[in-house]
Write a protein that binds this ligand. Structure first.
Ligand SMILES: Nc1ncnc2c1ncn2[C@@H]1O[C@H](COP(=O)(O)OP(=O)(O)OP(=O)(O)O)[C@@H](O)[C@H]1O
Ligand SMILES: [Mg+2]
Ligand SMILES: [Zn+2]
Length: 337
């Protein structure tokens, strides 16, 4: 998975914190037991001394190593057994002094089976979720609270924004159109892989483009993938600040590398040569790497073409699945109720 260095550092920092916390708790248990039963502490020190003895042996008498090893092992086991018994006698669990890592799988090292452990991926998901939730309505937007009842069941004239979009005709039933889109997005999120196709969402304001993109992200993050979300305006601002050294972040590279990148509200950013180039570079890099991207916009295809050059847009149209949203402004409907 394409994790940025930044997020990996944060996640491994958390693993480190967990490891020291587990060690701290183990030390506290040891100190507590030593107060209650000094005999246990003495035995525990014996066991700890074994590795020191072993090292000395390896250096001094390598020829008797095997025999000595057996002896030490037996002594060790019997000390451990005595510790367990004493613990029990004092009302503790037999395993009370055994080091308990946060993650059994990797023993809080962050790696298991030669790969990044599942616990690190979970930490990344959580960080991702918090970062996204801080700057979007992630918490409020899911597939479960996406209501199809907002979309009219009567035929309407639906502007077709792009060639090859999902509509059957210019006149269609918004409810039917949106049900197809909803099902499509839900399946897409459910079956997400790095090979998933990209999506371009067209449609007027308030039809649920952002809502559905966030619902997708939420599901994909839950499954442990790494997601980056930006509105186009915010993306360009961040990119500019990074470019000119005002911000040490890495919005550009994290957007280019993330498992899924959502670029929301394309066309609302302040248009400059820089903004067009920054957006083009990121989208193009992801297309070249075959990484899935979701773009949403209020513009139609000719507006897109005049803003971002026909060459880019025709490439985008060829690569992305086009979803033309329909219906009435749900933001308005909700504010009236
Ligand atoms: N089908 C739906 N069910 C419930 N709430 C919805 C639905 N569609 C949209 N909303 C809500 O309506 C508001 C506007 O929707 P959203 O922001 O997704 O629209 P949009 O298409 O992204 O609009 P814009 O083009 O202005 O960005 C949000 O609060 C969203 O949660
Ligand atoms: Mg939106
Ligand atoms: Zn782990």
């Amino acid at each position: 998975m394409g994790y940025s260095k930044n997020i990996l550092d944060k996640a491994f920092g958390e693993v480190e914190r967990r490891r020291s916390e587990a060690l701290y708790r183990a030390d506290k248990r040891i100190a507590e037991v030593a107060r209650v039963c000094p005999e246990i502490e003495r035995l525990r020190r014996d066991v700890a001394g074994v590795s020191v003895q072993l090292n000395r042996l390896i250096q001094q008498k390598p020829e008797c190593l095997e025999e000595a090893l057996e002896e030490l092992k037996t002594a060790n086991l019997s000390s451990q057994e005595k510790i367990a018994e004493l613990l029990q006698r004092h009302g503790y669990d037999r395993e009370y002094l055994t080091y308990k890592p946060y993650c059994e799988l990797c023993q809080d090292s962050g790696y298991s089976g030669g790969a990044i452990c599942r616990c690190v991926k979970n930490i990344i998901s959580t960080i991702n979720y918090k970062e996204l939730a801080g700057k979007s309505a992630l918490a409020e937007c899911s597939f479960d609270n996406f209501e199809l009842s907002y979309y009219p069941k009567e035929e309407q004239n639906i502007p077709i924004a792009g060639y090859g979009s999902n509509q059957r005709s210019a006149v269609d039933i918004p409810y039917e159109v949106m049900k197809d889109i909803y099902d499509y997005c839900r399946d897409w999120a459910e079956n997400f892989t790095l090979k998933s196709n990209s999506i371009l969402m067209f449609g007027q304001t308030g039809l649920g483009k952002t809502h559905l993109s966030l619902a997708i992200i939420k599901r994909v993050i839950e499954k442990g993938w790494n997601a980056v979300y930006f509105s186009a305006g915010e993306f360009v601002r961040k990119a500019q600040d990074e470019q000119f050294g005002r911000d040490g972040g890495n919005a550009l590279s994290s957007a280019a590398e993330a498992d899924i990148f959502v670029l929301d509200d394309l066309g609302t950013e302040f248009e400059t040569k820089f903004s067009v180039a920054a957006i083009y570079d990121t989208v193009n890099t992801r297309m070249n790497r075959n990484l899935p991207t979701i773009i949403s916009t209020n513009l139609d295809i000719s507006e897109l073409e005049s803003r971002y050059s026909q060459r880019i847009i025709s490439r985008l149209m060829g690569d992305f699945i086009l979803l033309q949203f329909a219906g009435r402004d749900i933001r308005q409907i909700k504010s009236r109720n």
